[in-house]
Design a protein around this ligand. Structure first.
Ligand SMILES: NC(=O)C1=CN([C@@H]2O[C@H](COP(=O)(O)OP(=O)(O)OC[C@H]3O[C@@H](n4cnc5c(N)ncnc54)[C@H](O)[C@@H]3O)[C@@H](O)[C@H]2O)[C@@H](O)CC1
Ligand SMILES: [K+]
Length: 515
């Protein structure tokens, strides 16, 4: 399955470009779409007592007229319920003219046990909550528990955001065309699509390439070409060195979890940077991971000069306040431009919250030319602390929010949740879909921060490292399953890394670089 996700506006442009390029005109594409849907209905529901096609006023409804005609000609009992006539001159009007099945008003829609519903009310063009006739149909179908085959999107779901506008069908299977849309992966849309099928309706890959899409599903093909694989003659410092800031004596575990994850992700060396009062607690629990006392900024500068670390994690268990801000700004003031070779800082948890009152200070430090890449890993609450105006903007999807935050912060933002979005200030974004509920466990975020820092330390660019970290973390959780605690995650990484290293090289075209 391809990685690009097309917004409804991009999909409309793809339709337009494909029609201009040929060989299919608008009604030709619509016929191809209708055939793809009818084929699924016939294959999945051969015993359907009756198929009810619900047709809206736009081209999504147009697909419905094609489906109704094909099914009737195939000997299926079909009812066609329309919410209104298609616009004169549209492709949908051509499809309706060619459809022999009589229409009945959607407001009178009735169905019984054994029936199947084909939802072609609204697709990419949904612009407002479902009107009463459509909302009644949604409620009736849900009450009777009828299977729904949704065309393009379950009606009521925004293709841009995955949000439900008013109410929406919960589909058994959804057939979309050419490429998936963000609303197929963002929640709650993802859950309401059921099984998702992408049908080829004759839109050439060159048409999609011409759109220069910047939104992707987060899968290994997006970042595998930049995934670090150690050379045979490497030594530990060439595989990167991660510094992880530890909290005080009573909160050291989170940093150690991050450190272990950084080491398991392949970093050659990892050092826990501990305040003096926590040295004993840390020393008692560390073996392969190094330990260094860092109380003051001068200690940090000493570490930077002596050990040439390439990435840092600050936040897990660290505590909120001046100290977090000072260390963060000191790390961001270093970086390759200053000759230190620090490639990135993953700012998590308390590190994020510490800049609640002065986010501009953080953003300016990240925007300095030559500064290490900044990766922010907020969950919803932390996101609202650092980006209150963006968080409150209801016109933005989770994808839009992550993108706006990344641009404002000059950072890579990992906006966590069951549908984690990774966005870069260069405009690229990816939606993650391999997560599992088991990941919602204490310390899980500390592990994610460590993996991302470990990958950056090995030379992976920050956006790719963030995407790879999110995917590996989610995959580890999914494979481990019930009973998972955060301590299990680092140990679950090696088999997945082995799988990644054994995959054949893949093409460079999977991930389009930013501008
Ligand atoms: N030739 C083409 O352009 C093709 C279009 N295709 C289909 O066309 C769909 C997109 O068609 P459209 O852009 O016409 O969009 P839709 O068919 O999704 O709906 C758009 C129409 O419904 C109205 N509308 C939106 N939300 C409403 C609501 N809640 N209540 C009442 N009216 C509402 C809009 O004002 C507009 O008139 C795709 O989802 C896909 O199924 C496919 O057949 C492929 C070819
Ligand atoms: K639909």
């Amino acid at each position: 399955m391809t990685l690009e996700l097309l917004t409804p506006a991009e999909m409309a442009e793809a339709d337009r470009l494909a029609i201009a390029a040929g060989p299919f005109d608008g009604i030709g594409l619509m016929r191809n779409a209708g055939w793809a849907v009818a084929t699924v209905v016939l294959a999945r529901f051969p015993g359907a007592r009756r198929v009810h096609v619900l047709a809206g006023p736009g081209n999504n409804g147009g697909d419905g007229y094609v489906v109704a005609k094909i099914l009737q000609e195939s000997g299926v009992a079909v009812s066609l319920w329309a919410s209104g006539p298609p616009r004169t001159g549209s492709d949908a009007a051509l499809a309706a003219d060619d459809c022999p099945v009589p229409t009945k008003p959607l407001a009178e829609f009735e169905a019984g046990p054994g029936d199947v519903v084909v939802d072609t009310l609204y697709g990419a063009g949904l612009s407002k909550p479902l009107a009463s006739d459509a909302a009644r149909a949604v409620a009736l179908v849900a009450a009777k528990g009828l299977p729904v085959v949704a065309v393009d999107l379950p009606s009521g779901i925004s293709g841009d955001s995955g949000a439900v506008l008013g109410c929406a069908f919960a589909a058994t299977v959804t057939i979309t065309f050419a490429r998936r849309k963000p609303g197929h992966l963002l929640l709650p849309g993802r859950d309401l699509c059921g099984e998702l099928i992408v049908a080829d309706i004759g839109i050439a890959p060159a048409v999609v390439e011409a759109l220069a899409v910047k939104t992707f599903e987060n899968r290994p093909a997006l970042w595998r070409r930049s995934f670090p694989s150690p050379a045979v003659d490497t030594h530990k410092y060439r595989r990167g060195h991660v510094g992880v800031f530890s909290g005080g004596a009573s909160s050291t575990g989170a940093a150690r979890l991050s450190a272990l994850a950084a080491a398991r992700s392949g970093a050659g060396a990892v050092t826990v940077l501990s305040p003096g009062d926590a040295m004993q607690a840390n020393a008692a629990h560390l073996t392969a991971i190094m330990l260094r006392q860092v109380d003051e900024l001068a200690d940090l500068h000493g570490f930077l000069a002596d050990r040439r670390p390439s990435a840092f994690v600050l936040g897990p268990g660290f505590g909120v306040g001046d100290r977090a801000r000072a260390f963060t700004l000191a790390v961001l003031a270093s970086g390759s431009g200053a000759g230190s070779g620090v490639e990135g800082l993953v700012l998590d948890a308390d590190g994020i919250t510490s800049f609640r009152d002065e986010p501009g200070q953080l953003f300016a430090a990240a925007a300095r030319p030559g500064a290490p890449a900044l990766v922010l890993t907020p969950h919803e609450g932390e996101f609202a602390r650092l980006f209150p105006a963006i968080a409150e903007d209801d016109s933005l999807s989770k994808l839009g929010k992550a993108r706006a935050a990344a641009a404002a912060a000059h950072a890579v933002v990992i906006y966590k949740g069951a549908d984690t979005v990774i966005a870069s200030f260069d405009g690229r974004a990816a939606i993650n879909a391999n997560g599992a509920p088991w990941l919602a466990t204490a310390g899980s975020g500390d592990v994610l921060a460590g993996i991302v820092a470990g990958l950056i330390a090995q030379g992976m660019p920050a956006f790719e490292a963030a995407c790879a970290g999110v995917w590996l973390h989610a995959e580890a959780g999914s494979r481990f399953g019930p009973g998972l605690i955060a301590e299990d995650l680092p140990g679950a990484l090696p088999p997945m890394l082995r799988d990644l290293f054994s995959l054949p090289p893949q093409s460079r075209s999977d991930c389009r670089p930013g501008p």
